[in-house]
Design a protein around this ligand. Structure first.
Ligand code: FE2
Length: 303
């Protein structure tokens, strides 16, 4: 990877080719994204009455804080309005709703000073989403809900776009993991026993890139991109929204980022909902992704 495109006017097709080539896209706030952030803020602030959600962690025991997030996050994910906001954003940014599928949006939080870093507020170690059964054509979206700082955002680790990292993804199957662990996230306050794939050698975190966009700004990147949560030392909890999209033409054609080191099985393909009618991708297409995919040594041409 070598380029960050700001407010690029290219078509979605060109954008996807560049994202599969490891490039990053950043978009300025626009009415559709600001509306989504305002909606998220309303839900967050209602969960912490009388407190600033960015500093609420300093005013309650961690067990209570985790319980609040345990209600807030699912409520946001499953709120009927959340999907409507996503559709508005996709249209706004030139995505074809007939062929673009999205998964439900997630709300993430990163508390400061190691207050809560497991379970419902998992601090993401360096990873690729493709280690967790995401397809090669997955596009990740990420938006801050409050003003970001370098000390509480997320980081990209560009050297690993084309460099393999030994990892445990070969032990991971998406359906199996969901069956065993997904319902229990809010219980894991001190440590996290869920065996998520991770690197088995130290990942060199530098060089790294931390794009800082305003509230309502969007980062867009490949699910194969190595990224992590920055250890939060800002004194303020970061709240962010993220979701993922795939384009049906790429799903069918098997297009996407090169696979340098993912060995997981299973697929998230059945999670995506069509922009128009929220239908799932056809089961016979989803089935093509169940076995995972071979590692290719073909690095992206411009990385
Ligand atoms: Fe991720």
């Amino acid at each position: 990877m070598n380029t960050i495109y700001f407010d690029s006017p290219v078509s979605d097709e060109v954008r996807r080719i560049r994202i599969y080539d490891g490039q990053l896209f950043v978009f300025s706030p626009r009415p559709s994204t600001l509306a989504f952030c305002a909606f998220a803020r309303e839900l967050i602030e209602a969960s912490f009455p009388g407190l600033d959600p960015q500093t609420a962690q300093y005013h309650m025991p961690v067990e209570k804080y985790a319980a609040i997030l345990g209600e807030l996050k699912p409520a946001f994910i499953h709120h009927p309005q959340s999907k409507a906001f996503l559709r508005d954003i996709l249209s706004d940014l030139g995505f074809d709703l007939e062929k673009t599928y999205f998964d439900v949006p997630r709300m993430r939080s990163s508390t400061s000073d190691d207050y809560l870093t497991s379970g419902i507020a998992y601090a993401w170690h360096p990873h690729r989403d493709t280690w967790y059964s995401a397809p090669a054509c997955q596009v990740n979206w990420w938006m801050p809900v409050y003003d970001l700082e370098s000390e509480n955002t997320m980081a990209f680790h560009p050297r690993y776009w084309s460099q393999a990292v030994p990892n445990t993804s070969g032990d991971y199957n998406y359906a199996e993991w969901n069956r065993l662990f997904r319902p229990n996230a809010a219980q894991h306050i001190k440590e996290d026993p869920r065996p998520l794939p991770r690197a088995t050698v130290p990942v060199e975190l530098e060089p790294q890139i931390r794009p800082i966009c305003p509230v309502g700004g969007v980062l867009m990147f490949s699910g194969a991109q190595m990224h992590s949560s920055v250890p939060n030392t800002s004194g303020r909890t970061r709240f962010s929204l993220d979701f993922r999209t795939v384009h049906l033409d790429d799903v069918v054609a098997g297009r996407g980022a090169p696979n340098v080191d993912s060995a997981c099985t299973g697929t998230t393909m059945n999670d995506y909902l069509r922009g128009t009618d929220l239908s799932h991708i056809a089961p016979e297409i989803v089935a093509l992704y169940e076995a995972g995919r071979p590692v290719s040594n073909a690095a992206a041409p411009h990385s």
